[in-house]
Design a protein around this ligand. Structure first.
Ligand SMILES: O=C(O)C(=O)C[C@]1(C(=O)O)C=C[C@@H](O)C=C1
Length: 110
């Protein structure tokens, strides 16, 4: 195969992998509202530093398994966790508003 053709083949592989990476990041992120709802019903905080430590430990382990730079993997996980917490906070605000009883003063027109 010519180098030019091989380059196109490798780029096609990268395109497919990029789509998978983004699909998986989206799937992880889409779990945020459900986690927030569960934590709300369990009266738990959004932030769980012990769980985050576990996620980072697991990230190091998986990086090692695939011979990937764990510091890079950790940076990506940090971004995903931050995004997750932001979306959980949004969901929590929504749940709080929904569960708030409507006070009489809110209903008065004057
Ligand atoms: O596992 C949880 O409790 C989550 O809320 C998910 C998650 C994460 O994105 O991995 C997000 C926030 C917490 O601080 C810990 C972990």
């Amino acid at each position: 195969m010519s180098s030019k053709k091989r380059l196109q083949t490798v780029r096609n592989s990268i395109n497919e992998i990029d789509e998978k990476i983004i699909e998986l990041m989206a799937k992880r992120t889409q779990l945020a509202p459900e986690i927030a709802t569960l934590k709300f019903s369990l009266d738990m905080d959004i932030m769980d530093s012990s769980r985050e430590k576990d996620v980072y430990a697991k990230t190091r382990e998986i990086s090692k398994k695939y011979d990937f730079d764990s510091e890079i993997a950790i940076e990506v996980m940090k971004i995903l966790i931050e995004q997750n917490k932001k979306l959980q906070l949004k969901q929590l605000e929504k749940l709080k508003l929904e569960s708030k009883p409507i006070s009489k003063s809110n209903l008065k027109s004057e």
